[in-house]
Design a protein around this ligand. Structure first.
Ligand code: TXA
Ligand code: MG
Length: 296
């Protein structure tokens, strides 16, 4: 079934069951070298899944859980290798949505949940996004309304005493650094075998996407067949071909809107999408990362 979280909707199943995990991979058409995140509702349950919680992980968990942060920790043997694609670490998160926390509280197992989209496509931030693409494939969608954050969780891990960010996401880098000091950011697929899911081409809206000077690029294009995805300015294209992420220039609002905006342009008449990078601060960094991957 699909479950809501504060980041994006997830496609959930028993994280301790190989059968359930295989069903998730199949429904998403996701390659099995791309491991899944286990979701649970308490630190006590987390400790049953991992070898140890190092001090820095404890600090991050205390500060950000429940919330949009996934932590990689050495797994215990009760975690199926299929969940982690054979890696020694398991990705764990306590999501911050009461409906889903109640569900997790009442389950005797953690839930594996990748984003509830077909592999390579934009992540879902509304129940109907899931219904549109996977409605025929999965039996049930728990509707929790629109996701409050709108971007997937930030993924962190620890390597030889260093805190490493493997995916930029809903928890800001600046906030993490306030807790554990300077971190290393390693989000590039080629140099990042630890997070094999951070493929360069991802979040594809099924259209060519060009990032840069929207006004300049628009001069050479037909506005009727061009989608414009701007941060705060409006452009001279038909209303239905334009999404302004945040008129007031609020990066959190832009994050909430980015994925549904990309989906909005997946229409036959749209040939190309013009977008622009957002300020490189707060959630702007993660939004830019998603745009870059959508543009490949
Ligand atoms: O916000 C989120 O994280 C959402 C919601 C549903 O919780 N989930 C999500 O899952 O985005 P997914 O599967 O779409 O992305 C998980 C990412 C992938 O890039 C995967 O490679 C990485 O986490 N990952 C999972 N387990 C890992 C592990 N053991 N080691 C390294 N990377 C891992
Ligand atoms: Mg995903």
């Amino acid at each position: 079934m699909a479950i809501p979280t504060e980041t994006v909707y997830g496609l959930a199943g028993n994280a301790l069951s190989e059968e359930a995990i295989l069903k998730i991979y199949a429904a998403k058409k996701r390659p099995k070298f791309n491991p899944l995140i286990a979701h649970t509702n308490s630190l006590e349950k987390v400790s049953q899944l991992v070898q140890a919680i190092p001090p820095e992980a404890q600090l991050l968990a205390d500060r950000f859980w429940p919330g949009p942060l996934t932590i990689l920790l050495d797994k215990k043997s009760n975690i199926p290798d299929l969940l982690t694609s054979g890696l020694d670490r398991v990705a764990i998160r306590i999501p911050n949505l009461s409906l889903t926390l109640i569900l997790l509280e009442n389950l005797p197992f953690p839930l594996a949940a990748p984003s509830a989209n077909p592999f390579g496509y934009v992540s879902p931030t509304r129940a109907h996004h899931v219904q549109d693409q996977l409605g025929e494939t999965i039996p049930y969608i728990l509707d929790g309304g629109s996701c409050k954050i709108g971007l997937e969780s930030t993924i962190v891990g620890f390597e030889a005493g260093e805190v490493v960010i493997y995916r930029l996401g809903g928890t800001r880098v600046e906030e993490i650094e306030e807790i554990v000091g300077e971190v290393r950011i390693n989000v590039n697929e080629s140099s990042n075998p630890a997070a094999p899911g951070m493929l360069k081409s991802h979040y594809s809206p099924g259209r060519k996407l060009i990032i840069g000077d929207i006004g300049g690029n628009l001069k050479n294009l037909n506005p009727e067949t061009t989608g414009v995805l701007s941060f705060k300015d409006s452009y001279d294209v038909p209303l239905q071909n334009q999404v302004i992420l945040s008129k007031s220039g609020d990066l959190d609002e832009a994050a909430r809107n980015i994925f549904s905006a990309l989906r909005q342009f997946d229409r036959p008449e749209i040939e190309v999408i013009l977008a622009e990078y957002l300020p490189k601060e707060g959630l702007g960094k993660a939004i830019n990362d998603r745009l870059r991957r959508a543009a490949v």
